[in-house]
Design a protein around this ligand. Structure first.
Ligand code: SF4
Length: 247
């Protein structure tokens, strides 16, 4: 790796909140006391071992602190009102992942609180109740691939998802749910790196690392009046997800 490549990679780690790296030889020599190499000016690049993206001992609180109150790591900071981190139970066995906040979420700082969010709540609670599973919205964890609202509700761009997606990666690694539900094609692509559309991916099990992922439609897609068939399919997907987790 050239010095420029290394510098870029170190800057990337700094941007996602990792401020300190440890030299492999120092760790081996003295487990208790090691000297930090400060980003972005490593003295001996060849001796630096980059940490995993999810640091050991990571917590949701630490991830939120690393994002900060005024994150400017991508252009989505320009028009956002509030950073939207998550909602729900941090120990939940299911994590729902959408693509990004909309206007209501941006105003309140909570994911899935607008019309699409209300539909998601109905879908979770309605399906669970019909299937005899005592589950409320607050029992699951809900978040998005990007934490700031894309202007005009456009889909997040690949570079925005790459930068902010590192926080999602850490959230999922900390929670390690029994299953993940990807809401819509953008979340599915971000998690599964697949070129397939949501209609092909939905209703089937996929894997994010070793965690099963169910893909279904985004609730905002289901709000369009002509989507009765889509609604039925999404309910089927949720049934499959809930029975997998709670049976
Ligand atoms: S979308 Fe994520 S990376 Fe971009 S500014 Fe918001 S919090 Fe930061």
């Amino acid at each position: 790796m050239s010095n420029d490549d290394l510098r870029r990679q170190l800057e990337f780690y700094r941007d996602i909140g990792i401020q300190t790296l440890w030299r492999r030889d120092a760790v081996l020599r003295a487990a208790a006391v090691v000297e930090p190499a400060v980003i972005p000016e490593p003295e001996s690049p060849s001796l630096i071992e980059l940490p995993p993206l999810a640091p050991v001992g990571d917590t949701l609180l630490k991830i939120r602190q690393d994002i900060g109150d005024n994150c400017r790591r991508c252009r989505l900071c320009e028009q956002r009102t509030k950073i939207v981190f998550s909602d729900g139970d941090e120990k939940a066995p299911i994590v729902f992942v959408g693509e990004g906040p909309g206007a209501d979420e941006d105003a309140q700082g909570i994911p899935f609180v607008g019309r699409a969010g209300q539909l998601l709540t109905q879908m979770i609670e309605g399906t669970a109740s019909k299937e005899g599973i005592p589950l409320k919205r607050q029992d699951v964890y809900i978040c998005n691939v990007v934490k700031c609202r894309p202007p005009d509700n456009r889909a997040p761009l690949p570079d925005e998802m790459e930068v902010c997606g590192q926080f999602l990666f850490r959230q999922l690694m900390v929670i390690r749910p029994k299953a993940i539900c990807a809401l819509g094609g953008t979340a599915a692509k971000a998690l599964l790196n697949s070129k397939e559309g949501v209609t092909k991916m939905r209703g089937k099990w996929h894997k994010w690392h070793d965690i099963p992922v169910m893909v279904t439609y985004h609730p905002s897609f289901l709000l369009r009046g002509y989507n009765q068939a889509g609604k039925r399919e999404a309910w089927e997907d949720l049934k499959k997800l809930l029975h997998f987790v709670y049976d």
